[in-house]
Design a protein around this ligand. Structure first.
Ligand SMILES: Cc1cc2nc3c(=O)[nH]c(=O)nc-3n(C[C@H](O)[C@H](O)[C@H](O)COP(=O)(O)O)c2cc1C
Length: 392
């Protein structure tokens, strides 16, 4: 059966990826809506496969390729990044693509050979920004975008069709039957998923992102074909670029307060609710016993204000608060944010002290500390009121 025509995603380019409808956790990231592993086949006399899929979808990838062309006609397999969601199928695929050479950068080749030693039996062609791959009727240029989000990450760009193969760049974890954002009824939803992906995967990558945007600013892009989720074409290309540009400059911050708390018997929870009541700005509330880290990162992503609350338990902040706080710190999500800490104790406050230390180590700015013994009183309420007058 030939591949459906909707899988022609750019002139001479077929989508040959896989949709993972049921994956819900992806290296710790909660993929509530599944994801896709997008691979592409560029039809030329020198047929070129761009990226592969997760190992469990290897056979599906082969079937899709054979719906378009013979396996023997594939001459190159470009690997833009070595992580297993893009490379897992590569060892199997190479056993069947008898005439193919793996095309990638030096770091990516090193990663691939460490992950899959059997690949040493196949030819590699090492490329960089100044060594394009010249096919019979197309040229592919390579743009190294290190740390977006691994040191080996690169974009491939085909100027003949103004198409950027962006791998993890501009992606989102969504499983859907549409290939482009303009085919999806709720485009805001795709943007939200892209922000969630950005917060959780690219959080610490603002500088590499600035570099990547600089690399592509002078090239004509009609289509961005991503490694996950929906791709971008025509007018939506600008939307994708402007989303990334906003994040690269940390301009996504809004007047919003994200409150994260853990409460064993309700005191900290009641305090969180009081903060929400007093706040003159939009609130997002996260009970850490319910909300996962992925959602917490998305919430913090565009919040100018972040509040964390914990009781002192066994002489310290609770592990749940500590790990969430550390996760957000690792993703640089305290950068330029104002932080409010609140906690309760029975005999010696330590939770607020611990949280403050963590935030100080991570370069955040604490603007208010609220700590009280067992029960909130009028004096504490007054402090919150006064602090909020100054903060907001
Ligand atoms: C298992 C347990 C351990 C606790 N350990 C401490 C502690 O080490 N130091 C302290 O001052 N209070 C300790 N407390 C008291 C709590 O910090 C206090 O009751 C707090 O107000 C509880 O907040 P919550 O109602 O939001 O859970 C402990 C309470 C529990 C239940």
């Amino acid at each position: 059966m030939p591949l459906a025509s909707k899988e022609i995603v750019a002139p001479d380019v077929f989508w040959v990826g896989s949709i993972d409808w049921s994956v819900r956790v992806f290296h710790g990231y909660h993929t509530d809506e599944g994801t896709s592993y997008n691979a592409y086949l560029l039809m030329d006399e020198d047929v070129t496969l761009i990226d592969t899929v997760k190992q469990s979808f290897s056979q599906e990838l082969i079937e899709r390729i054979t719906q378009v062309t013979s396996l023997d006609s594939v001459k190159y397999v470009i690997m833009n990044h070595a992580e297993n969601d893009h490379s897992g199928a590569l060892p199997y695929v190479m056993t069947l693509l008898k005439n193919a050479t793996i095309v990638t950068n030096k770091i990516c080749m090193e990663h691939l050979l460490l992950l899959y030693p059997e690949l040493r039996h196949y030819p590699f062609k090492i490329v960089n920004n100044s060594t394009p791959l010249v096919l019979k009727s197309h040229t592919i240029q390579f743009l190294q975008v290190p740390m977006l989000h691994w040191p080996d990450s690169m974009f491939s760009y085909c100027p003949d069709i103004n198409t950027l193969f962006s791998n993890d760049g501009f992606g989102q974890h969504i499983a859907c039957s549409e290939r482009f954002i303009d085919q999806v009824p709720l485009q805001d939803h795709v943007l939200r998923q892209m922000r969630e992906y950005t917060a959780n995967i690219l959080g610490p990558c603002q500088v590499p992102l600035q570099h990547a945007l600089k690399c592509i600013e002078s090239i004509q892009i009609d289509t961005i074909l991503t490694g996950h989720g929906c791709s971008w074409r025509d007018a939506s290309v600008q939307l994708a670029l402007s989303e990334y540009s906003i994040f690269a400059q940390n301009k996504q911050l809004k007047r919003k307060l994200s409150i994260f708390f853990h409460s064993l018997s309700g005191t900290v929870k009641r305090t969180a609710e009081l903060l929400a009541q007093q706040s003159p700005i939009q609130i997002q509330m996260h009970d850490l016993t319910i909300d996962d880290l992925t959602k917490c990162a998305l919430s913090a992503f565009d919040s100018e204000y972040i509040a964390f609350g914990s009781p002192t338990i066994y002489g310290q902040v609770t592990p749940l608060v500590e790990s969430t706080l550390q996760y957000l710190l690792n993703l640089h999500l305290f950068k330029s944010r104002k932080v409010i800490l609140f906690g309760t104790f029975s005999w010696a406050d330590k939770a607020v002290i611990d949280m403050k230390q963590l935030i100080k180590n991570g370069g955040g700015t604490v603007v208010s500390e609220i700590s009280f013994k067992l029960q909130m009183n009028e004096k504490i309420k007054e402090q919150i009121y006064e602090d909020f007058k100054l903060i907001f």
